[in-house]
Write a protein that binds this ligand. Structure first.
Ligand code: MG
Length: 496
């Protein structure tokens, strides 16, 4: 690692040196995770599981090294830290927190439990039998509540879990955010929903052709394939191995091409964040996003605010219709309404941008009650159905389309779901501010010219990495905290 201008405090410099093996092992794990999802032959999974276990133990050992923790104490006690040094101390403290506050035995127990629970969740989903997963889920909730106790919290144990994903975000913040969204979104949803699917959803495509269209589109949007790549996996994701090695995946089912198109734009938004972080933050704990919610705002912005715009439908037509020749039989208006078809349904990952937030609201309410002890796992299917009926007017007929649809809980991930709605809220906020600063932003989208917008996103959000807390970043760049009104206004304008 080369010296740079951002860190001059001797403790900061030593801490970053000490961080290098942690960085290397963490990135090796991410690379191994990417390989597992993309190219690993199926029988490699047993050995890969062992490898991951060993690397996780190694990371835990490195993060609890007394020398490292001592350096961190001394850095935090130092006077006159720069903005970056303060960020370094803050992020390192957060990274070490889970290892220093939660007993290793509890972490080990949780890890073994979730490995088993993931298998049982898969079986339960396939067999549509909640009973297969129920007792594991109950135990996961119990251990997660223990973990929250060790992490510490004020007011509600769920706050400890929210903070793991969205620093400083509380039940109170979430109640306000969802409370402001609930009624206005319900009105928009009722008016915008249409039963009929677009015939475009049934058009089949050649998967090789679709891939060429994606590559041409990404290239046109300025993605540099010497620093970036795209592959396929069962569930799309993004991984940043380094600032010059960022990878996305997508999936192609052979029909309903918007599924693939928008997953590419979504992951492309995540990737752009990673690609535009200040290179001087590379090899430090600051070279990642500010939070899950802020990261998600970048993907939602690219997917929804750019990708689902009329201008994008127009601008992308040339490239898309070259590889998807059936598009020539449809008008721009038909393509635009296919991109923006609103229909309340049971499945979160298939939801449109209006109903999506209700899926998250439901999960938030359920998680809060489970962690707070107001609901038990045996109440869950009924609670789930009631909330779906109340918010989306649909009721699942089986568990697989209901409580068993998401992978999150089987992996012990509680407090993560709200970041999706934070992402939508912040994306709309960014859209508002971007349009004020770049009045011809959408005109340029119709030429697929994102250069100025990307530079703007870089300055406002990306370049900082995790230097600021998410709330500080919002204040610094937009002069306000999370503001749901922009999302309501954007959806109103678009759908009413
Ligand atoms: Mg995402």
């Amino acid at each position: 690692m080369s010296r740079n201008s951002k860190f001059s405090n001797p403790h900061a410099i030593t801490l970053i040196e000490r961080y290098q093996p942690i960085w290397a092992v963490s990135k090796a794990m991410e690379l191994s995770g990417w390989d597992l999802e993309t190219f690993m032959p199926p029988k490699g999974s047993f050995a890969r599981g062992n490898m991951t276990g060993q690397l996780t133990a190694l990371i835990q050992k490195m993060y609890t090294d007394p020398h490292l923790l001592d350096l961190l104490d001394r850095l935090q006690e130092s006077q006159d830290l720069t903005l970056y040094e303060k960020g370094l101390a803050r992020v390192m403290r957060r990274e070490t927190k889970i290892y220093t506050k939660v007993p290793a035995k509890l972490m080990q127990e949780l890890s073994e439990l979730t490995t088993r629970a993931s298998l049982n969740w898969r079986a339960a989903r396939e067999k549509n039998n909640y009973e297969i997963f129920k007792s594991d889920l109950g135990k996961i909730i119990e251990l997660t509540r223990d973990m929250a106790d060790h992490l510490g919290y004020e007011v509600h144990p769920y706050n400890a879990l929210l903070d793991l994903h969205e620093e400083g975000f509380t039940v109170q913040d979430a109640d306000v955010m969802f409370g402001e969204l609930r009624d206005p979104l319900k009105v928009i949803l009722e008016k915008a929903a249409t039963e009929r699917d677009s015939p475009l959803a049934l058009e089949t495509y050649d998967q090789g052709g679709m891939k060429m269209a994606e590559i041409e589109l990404l290239t046109k949007l300025g993605y540099d394939f010497t620093r970036f790549r795209e592959d396929t996996s069962a569930h799309p994701f993004t991984v940043g191995i380094s600032i010059d090695d960022v990878r996305i995946t997508t999936r192609r089912k052979g029909y309903d091409f918007k599924d693939t198109l928008f997953s590419v734009l979504h992951e492309g938004g995540h990737a752009l964040y990673e690609l535009q972080i200040d290179p001087e933050l590379e090899f430090t704990p600051l070279s990642g996003g500010a939070s899950m919610g802020i990261h998600e705002s970048q993907s939602r912005f690219m997917e929804n605010m750019i990708g689902r715009s009329r201008e994008f439908a127009r601008g992308s037509f040339g490239i898309l219709s070259k590889y998807l020749p059936f598009l020539k039989n449809y008008s721009e208006e038909e393509i635009y309404s296919y991109f923006n078809h609103v229909k309340p349904g049971l499945i979160r990952v298939e939801a449109d941008e209006v109903s999506y937030n209700f899926h998250i609201m439901i999960r938030y309410e359920v998680e809060k009650q489970l962690i707070g002890g107001q609901a038990q796992v045996s109440d869950l299917p009924e609670l789930w159905s009631e909330l779906y009926e109340k918010y989306l007017g649909v009721r699942p007929n089986d568990f697989s389309d209901g409580v068993l649809q998401d992978i999150h809980w089987s992996g012990g991930s509680f407090g993560y779901f709200p970041s999706y709605t934070i992402g939508n809220v912040v994306a709309a906020q960014i859209r508002y501010h971007a349009m004020r600063d770049i009045p011809d932003m959408y005109a340029k989208v119709s030429d697929l010219d994102l250069d100025e917008l990307k530079q703007w996103l870089k300055e406002k959000v990306h370049v900082w990495g995790a230097t600021y807390t998410p709330k500080e970043l919002m204040m610094r760049s937009f002069g306000e905290g999370y503001q749901p009104k922009y999302l309501i206004n954007y959806l109103r304008e678009k759908y009413l």
